[in-house]
Design a protein around this ligand. Structure first.
Ligand SMILES: [Zn+2]
Length: 612
């Protein structure tokens, strides 16, 4: 068995154990092993044959090592087979439906013998779910809505999930002696929130050995195409990866071409034509005088289009369409942009949302960078549902070089995650005082993520709110309210005179939960007028606000904060996803309140003084 099949077998065990309601530590042990194996660039079968110590791998204990050995040596896993004899594999899809979960999936199987999403939908439509004890009509409607919602979600990968698989592959290819340069192009490079296929672009003078190395990668599930300069495979998780090798002379032009977007590239080619040039993935060419300005623009040509990239050397060149021209540039992206009268455009902006006009006028924004951030303003600790203590979070933020930070544990409405009431919040303040004394290197704010209740009131007494340095509010319930009601609810919360930040405004989870119905323009206008900042939640499955809302926020003069919503110290590093999302919306440091030094930050975030 190869690594892909081994990871899959252990993932199945984890899934079935979850439905069985097994111990969470045991389930996590399997999931951790899967995470390790999925990115292993050495074949485990070879490690077993060479008697290498599998337990040296992270997340692989004695039991997991035994499973791996059994899978390699026998081609199967007795424990997995036993579990699958008890429960059908398809229950995993039921479990993942919004409004179902592991426990309900189990009951649906035990009591109605429902094993697939199709069977569940049929049963719900005929009213059989509502009749089941502990389910009811509300639950049945929720399940139907969940099935519908899941249908709308694409099979595209979250950017952060794709990265987890692409980064080890890039490192593996980078070790090839034949490789000159390697870049991941496409929507991955534009840092879109989800990616479909992954396009790798390499420069090398000897493509054959590089292609061989690529095709020998241990995480490959299927080889869809194997060519001299291009190969396409799928990885074990279903992600499709394309590797193209191009000669060094056309690397810049090919990188532009395969980075996209399609709309951006169409406009670039039009500018080239206007200048008597022709732009393709091979380079930029000067056309013979008679052909200059000829409007021969293939509109369907796009990033990710089919076609081998052949030689694009200097001098007289012909491309796959047999069009002639004198090659003038193509080695670097900046050279190509310069030939069409533009400054180099950061990939995050290449969506034809005005970036070409801005580059032509010398008005490209100075996009925000991770290093601009001086504080994180939404994080959780063990006081509510975080997994690190307050002091561990403080030490980790200080180690990142932040100047200030806010731990924003939940309020009491979220009882399930240990939300704080006034009494426990006062106790937290005592701990904050003690930690402030021990950590003078960073300013720790008294803060909270307070639930916006269904009527728009806040889930904390005013006298306690008055004691906070930073008031973050958000919606965690009643996601289904209709537009007018939901908008009014949020507006009422913003009008509370002490609210500073509206967190994850739409509540969406990419590929999992739809945004709440909000009139975003009205909300952002109110926030701007009241001086309430809106959060860009950097958590890779939220990225809330999304790009178009961020553009609107910027245009309306709304203050923006970028926060990670970390529940563990390792999540502090997700700040970069938020920053990338902000860059896609043309956000500069001056738009982001937590790029300011502490004193200016406090002034910028403050609401006009009012007594409560
Ligand atoms: Zn939240």
């Amino acid at each position: 068995l190869d690594n892909v099949e081994i990871a899959r077998a252990l993932a199945e065990v984890a899934d079935i154990l979850e439905i069985q309601g097994a111990d969470t530590f045991r389930i996590r042990a399997y999931r951790n092993a899967v995470r390790t194996i999925e990115v292993q660039t050495r074949p485990l079968a070879r490690m077993v044959a060479e008697r290498a110590r599998l337990t040296d791998l992270p997340g692989i204990g004695k039991e997991m090592a035994g499973h791996v050995r059994e899978l390699v040596e026998t081609g199967t896993l007795a424990f997995r087979d036993r579990l699958l004899a008890e429960l059908p594999r398809s229950l995993v899809e039921l479990m993942r439906l919004p409004g179902v979960g592991a426990r309900k999936a189990r009951r649906l199987w035990d009591e109605l013998r429902i094993a697939t999403v199709g069977e569940l939908e049929a049963a719900a439509r005929s009213g059989r779910i509502a009749a089941l004890a502990g389910f009811g009509a509300k639950s049945q409607a929720k399940i139907l809505a969940g099935i519908e919602e899941q249908r709308q979600h694409t099979s595209r990968f979250l950017l952060a999930d794709a990265e987890r698989y692409v980064e080890p592959l890039v490192a593996y290819l980078a070790a090839s002696p034949d490789l000159e340069r390697l870049e991941v192009a496409g929507s991955y490079r534009r840092r879109c929130e989800t990616v479909g296929d992954v396009d790798l672009l390499a420069t090398t003078d000897r493509p054959a050995p590089l292609m061989q190395r690529f095709l020998a990668y241990p995480q490959i599930d299927q080889v869809l195409m194997a060519g001299d300069t291009r190969s396409t495979v799928t990885l074990g998780n279903g992600l499709q990866v394309d590797l193209r090798a191009v000669p060094p002379d056309c690397y810049g032009a090919a990188l532009i071409y395969f980075t996209g977007s399609k709309e951006h590239n169409v406009k670039l080619r039009r500018r080239a034509v206007e200048r008597g040039l022709r732009l393709s993935e091979y380079g930029i060419f000067r056309l013979p005088a008679g052909e200059a300005g000829a409007p021969s623009l293939p509109a369907d040509e796009a990033a990710g289009a089919e076609g081998e990239v052949a030689a694009g050397n200097s001098g007289d060149a012909r491309d796959e369409r047999g069009e002639a021209g004198i090659w003038i540039a193509g080695r670097e992206e900046a050279e190509v942009y310069a030939e069409v009268g533009l400054a180099w455009i950061p990939p995050e902006l290449r969506e034809d949302h005005g970036e070409i006009e801005a580059a032509a006028a010398g008005r490209l924004p100075r996009l925000v960078e991770v290093g601009d951030l001086r504080g994180d303003l939404q994080m959780h600790s063990t006081w509510s549902d975080g997994r690190n203590t307050l002091e561990e979070m403080v030490a980790a933020c200080a180690a990142r070089g932040y100047e200030y930070m806010a731990i924003t544990d939940h309020s009491k409405a979220l009882a399930m995650v240990g939300g704080l009431d006034a009494k426990r919040l006062r106790l937290q303040w005592l701990e904050i005082d003690a930690i402030r004394a021990r950590h003078p290197e960073i300013r720790l704010l008294r803060a909270m993520e307070i639930d916006i209740l269904a009527d728009g009131s806040l889930d904390l007494e005013d006298e306690m709110i008055a004691g906070l340095d930073l008031v973050v509010v958000s919606v965690h319930s009643r996601f289904e309210l209709p537009l007018a009601q939901q908008t009014a609810r949020v507006l009422r919360a913003l009008e509370h005179p002490r609210v500073n930040v509206l967190a994850h405004p739409t509540g969406r989870k990419i590929n999992r939960r739809n945004p709440i119905a909000l009139d975003m323009e009205v909300v952002l206008r109110h926030a701007a007028a009241l001086g309430v900042a809106v959060e860009l939640n950097a958590s890779p499955d939220r990225l809330d606000l999304k790009d178009s809302h961020l553009v609107l926020a910027r245009e309306l003069g709304c203050k923006i904060v970028i926060s990670t919503d970390s529940h563990h110290v390792t999540e502090l590093a997700t700040m970069r996803y938020g920053v990338e999302q902000a860059r896609r919306a043309g956000i500069e440091p001056r738009h982001v309140v937590n790029t300011l030094a502490y004193r200016e930050f406090r002034q910028a975030i403050a609401r006009p003084p009012v007594s409560l």
